[in-house]
Each structure stands twice: as C-alpha cells, then as structure tokens.
Ligand binder design. Structure first.
Ligand code: ZN
Length: 168
C-alpha cells in the first residue's frame, strides 16, 4: 500500500477523538501498512498515527530505532492498536516536532517511563515498558488518538515554541 498524505494542522480530523478498533480485519492490516510506509517516508519520522492520514481509528506506529536519541533503547517497530498507558512515571522536557505541524517545534513535558497495554496487528494483547525517547514518541503518537497535538502541550508559548525553516 502506498505512502499517504499527512494532514496538516489545523485539519479538523487532527482534533477529533479516534474510535477504538473493534475488529482486526483487512482494512486494519492495510491501514497499519500505510502507517508504516508513511512513517518510513517522512524525513526523520519516528511515528505516525491514523488520524494524521485521515483515518479516525486508535492505531499508530512508532519506531525510534534509527534515531540517534532512540537507538540504544527501543522495541523496534511498534504497531499499537487501542493502546492504553497503564502507568507513568517521571517527567522531562524535550523538543518535539510533528509531520502535521511542519513549521514548528516545541518543548513539551512527558513522562520518562510508561507501561503500555495494546494489541498488535495480529490481535494479540501485549504489555511493555518504554522509557526515554521511545516513551516520548509513544506519548506523542497516542495524543493524536485523543485529538491532541504537541502544540496543545507546549510548556511555554513565549519560550517553548520554535519556527523552523525546513523539516530536517
Ligand atoms: Zn505528531
């Protein structure tokens, strides 16, 4: 399946709560592949959520293994269907970007360690613990499923929002 166009802020789908997936069928399999392809195509991208390609369902993918901040500590490619954070711990501020907000980056505070429950693409239930950059990326992608963008979480609009000339 092809790389999909990324919806840009302020597209209304980006502000909507996504629906949980009830049945893992071919449609979801195709969606997961589109998300992976789209993530791989995006420059420096470490994740994509279904609402970003116009599908309001609770599915996202994360892979920080190729990123310098994530390569030491990661689970490889994560396909997250109906993910839920069951524990969170710590807090740190990190600079974030988003393919849906290409002109800005911003400082956001996130938990540094999370325990996460989700279904994989084949329907099995999994629980993992993630920390550091991977935990941040997961929280960022899961926010998309709640209609929340990093812009909504900037620590300070005066000092925490940065314009960028081009997306790396
Ligand atoms: Zn994003």
């Amino acid at each position: 399946m092809p790389v999909q166009n990324i919806l840009l802020y302020p597209h209304p789908i980006l502000k909507k709560m996504a629906r949980p997936v009830n049945r893992l069928d071919d449609e979801i399999t195709g969606l997961v592949q589109d998300l992976i392809d789209t993530m791989r195509e995006g420059p420096g991208s470490v994740g994509v959520a279904a609402p970003q390609i116009g599908v309001s369902l609770c599915v996202c993918v994360v892979d920080v293994s190729a990123n310098r901040h994530g390569k030491e500590n990661n689970h490889g490619l994560l396909v997250l269907v109906n993910p839920e954070i069951v524990e969170r711990e710590g807090g740190a501020i990190m600079r974030e970007g988003c393919m849906s907000v290409p002109d800005y980056t911003g400082d956001v505070e996130r938990a540094t360690r999370i325990r996460l429950r989700f279904r994989t693409a084949d329907g099995s239930e999994q629980e993992i613990e993630a920390s550091g950059f991977e935990a941040v990326a997961i929280q960022h992608e899961m926010d998309h499923l709640d209609g929340v963008l990093f812009l909504d979480r900037i620590v300070s609009l005066k000092t925490g929002l940065f314009r960028r000339k081009n997306y790396r």
